[in-house]
Structures are given as structure tokens and as C-alpha cells.
Design a binder for this molecule. Structure first.
Ligand code: KG4
Ligand code: ZN
Length: 355
């Protein structure tokens, strides 16, 4: 029997050291044999955000043991791997370098192909562990560093139709949670405390809701939370503000996604919508998008909740797809902390942006 393709994925772009081994499964989705994640949450907690130098040092300390664990769990012999794939961007340069150089060393030592993976492409393909998706599809990518609407035409072929002009959605969740004293990372905490709050209590702004096409903005929302802070006296008040923040986010996402769907329809015949990235774990966001997809007749796919946040299985599946197309990289390939999925899209951040 022909040996099935085995791919290792390595992810160190931010604060998770992760290694996964997956096996091709023909026409069916690939199998995850191991998906080991070592989170640095404890390291960065007291700073309220990720400290790049500490993160890089932690990756260096953990990468060997995480890789050994993945090999042991998958029962795969290192020499049986067909390729080594690793995140080469976007992310923190000092962190990317740890994982990508480790991947280079393995590729040289094993004499196997090296595959550079875009972290965002990993998120984009993450639902394909359950269903193979037909291109093109519309993607809402919502993570700690990125918030974008993209038309996914094919592997490595993306058209950005909307982006945040300031904070990413996950960043807005994290900053709001920090202001409310909920700790880090804030997204899951806001979701949890919102359940106890009144979402209609505070009226918060919805920046650029009626202009800027599918582009989004969240910085004003966070500032409004800061201003409302003096009204917060009790725990219930905090929960009300968290719930009002989340409710406002839902309204923004609903309106902008509807616009993105319209634009997608004008450009393609696709009917598939994918939501991926850490924030896609939020149940309220899932609910509102499900409702919208029913109204607009889109077929909706999410990654499994455990594959929403950063992981190496999503890097390995992208590696596998690239392997099948022989998209290998030379050993002098460098990490790129600003590697965009749509390199033609214009930079839309900061003051003076015209919408
Ligand atoms: O994709 P991810 O793990 O890392 C990046 O590539 O950025 O996303 C992390 C982000 C964080 O901002 C975190 O607060 C947010 O995802 N997040 C959530 C939830 N779970 C994670 N935001 C809202 N609700 C959640 N349940
Ligand atoms: Zn991510």
C-alpha cells in the first residue's frame, strides 16, 4: 500500500509554541495525528499583552520538547515525514525566526522539502479538517492581529475587500477586557461576563458603520468604553459594559458582513462563507453570522473551536496543500513579519486614511 503523505507544521508567530503532524487522507479531509500547543499565557499575563523578547525566549526553550511530544503522540518517525512546513509570517519577527529556523534545520537534516506558510492562510484553510471547501469562498478573518474580509479564489490567491483601519477585533476585545480589569487574553472573558450583563445598557459608537464599504473600525469603541468607565461602580455595571461592547461588535459585524456578501456576489458565483481566527470562537458572533447566512443563502463553515486560535495543524494543512502543488521554498527564504495575503491591497491604517 502506498504510504500516505505526512506533514509537520510548526507555529511560533506570536505566543503559542505549536507543532502538529497530519496525514493526507485522499479525498477525505486530512487526519490530525498530533496537535501540541504550549501557550505562554502565564508568561505575558502580568504585562497585559505579549512581550516579544519574552515570547521568543520561550519559543526557544519549548520548541524541542513540543516537537518531541508531537512525534511521540503521532507515533510518526521523524524520517517518515514528507515535508516540514512552518509559519514564516505575519507575526513578531523574533518569534517567527525561532520556528522557521528550526524548520529549516529539520528540512536540511532530513533532506525533505521546506514549506513557508502564511499564518493567515493557515486560519483561512482551518475549516478544511472537516470539509473540503470549493473555491471561491468569502472569508471573515477575525484574530488578535487581523480583521479582514477576503475573497479566497484558490490556494495562495486572495483578494482583500475589507480590513480594519485601526484595531483588530481581537485587540479591541483584549483592550476592553483590560480596561474592565478582566485580565488577558480578554476575548473569552468578555464573552463570559457578557452573559451576566445587559447589552442594551450602554450606547456605544459604531465607527464608519455607514461609510468605508466593507472596511471596519474598532478604536473608537474602545475609547468609548474608557469614557464610560467612570459610571462603573459594581460588578454588574462591568458586565453591562462588557455586554454592551459585545452587542455593538455584533451589530458592526452583521452590517459589514452583509456588505461583503453583496460585493462577493458581484464578483463571483460562490455561495460559501468561512469565519476563522481566534475571535471566531465567540458563540454570539457565531450565532449572528449563522442568522445572516440563512438570510443571505450562504453555506457557513467555521473551524472547530479548538482550531480557531493559533495552532500548528492549520499550518500543516496549508503545508500539505502546497506540498501537493510542489510549492516548496528555498533554504534562504526569510520570514516576513508583514506578509499579506493580498499583496496588492493598499495599506489602510492610521490617520489620514480616505474611505
Ligand atoms: O487567532 P488568534 O489565536 O491569534 C492571532 O493570530 O492573533 O486570536 C487571538 C485573539 C485574541 O485577541 C483573543 O482575545 C481572541 O482571539 N479571542 C476571542 C475569543 N477567544 C479568543 N475574542 C472574543 N471571544 C472569544 N471567545
Ligand atoms: Zn492567528
Amino acid at each position: 500500500m502506498k504510504k500516505k503523505i505526512l506533514i509537520m507544521g510548526i507555529e511560533t508567530s506570536c505566543d503559542e509554541t505549536a507543532v502538529s503532524i497530519i496525514q493526507d487522507n485522499g479525498k477525505k479531509p486530512p487526519k490530525i495525528l498530533a496537535n501540541v500547543i504550549s501557550s505562554q499565557e502565564e508568561v505575558h499575563k502580568k504585562y497585559g499583552g505579549v512581550v516579544p523578547e519574552l515570547a521568543a525566549r520561550n519559543h526557544l526553550e519549548k520548541i524541542d520538547t513540543v516537537t518531541k511530544k508531537a512525534l511521540k503522540k503521532s507515533k510518526v518517525n521523524l524520517w517518515d515525514l514528507d515535508a516540514i512546513s512552518a509559519t514564516a509570517g505575519p507575526g513578531l519577527i523574533v518569534c517567527l525566526s525561532v520556528g522557521f529556523n528550526f524548520a529549516k534545520a529539520l528540512a536540511i537534516g532530513l533532506n525533505k522539502p521546506l514549506i513557508a506558510v502564511n499564518h493567515l492562510e493557515g486560519h483561512a484553510l482551518s475549516p478544511m479538517f472537516e470539509n473540503e471547501l470549493d473555491y471561491p469562498y468569502l472569508l471573515l478573518l477575525i484574530s488578535g492581529g487581523h480583521t479582514q474580509f477576503l475573497i479566497v479564489n484558490d490556494l495562495d490567491n486572495y483578494k482583500r475587500i475589507g480590513t480594519t483601519i485601526d484595531d483588530a477585533l481581537g485587540e479591541a476585545f483584549d483592550k476592553t477586557a483590560k480596561l474592565l480589569g478582566f485580565g488577558f487574553p480578554g476575548g473569552p472573558k468578555i464573552e463570559e461576563f457578557s452573559r451576566k450583563g445587559n447589552p442594551k445598557r450602554f450606547i456605544l459608537p459604531k465607527p464608519i458603520i455607514n461609510k468605508g464599504g466593507c472596511n471596519l473600525s474598532f478604536a473608537g469603541l474602545k475609547t468609548a468604553v474608557l469614557r464610560s468607565k467612570n459610571l462603573i461602580k459594581t460588578f454588574k455595571d462591568k458586565c453591562d459594559l462588557a455586554a454592551s461592547f459585545q452587542e455593538t461588535v455584533l451589530e458592526i459585524i452583521y452590517k459589514k458582513t452583509k456588505l461583503a456578501m453583496k460585493e462577493f456576489r458581484q464578483n463571483t458565483k460562490g455561495k460559501t462563507f468561512v469565519v476563522a481566527g481566534g475571535v471566531a470562537a465567540n458563540m454570539e458572533i457565531r450565532k449572528i453570522i449563522k442568522k445572516l447566512c440563512e438570510e443571505e443563502n450562504f453555506k457557513l463553515y467555521f473551524p472547530k473551536t479548538e482550531l480557531c486560535g493559533d495552532n500548528a495543524a492549520m499550518i500543516a494543512i496549508t503545508g500539505l496543500k502546497k506540498f501537493k502543488k510542489k510549492k516548496f521554498n528555498k533554504l534562504d527564504f526569510s520570514v516576513n513579519p508583514r506578509w499579506a495575503l493580498d499583496e496588492k491591497a493598499i495599506f489602510l491604517k492610521g490617520s489620514g486614511v480616505k474611505l
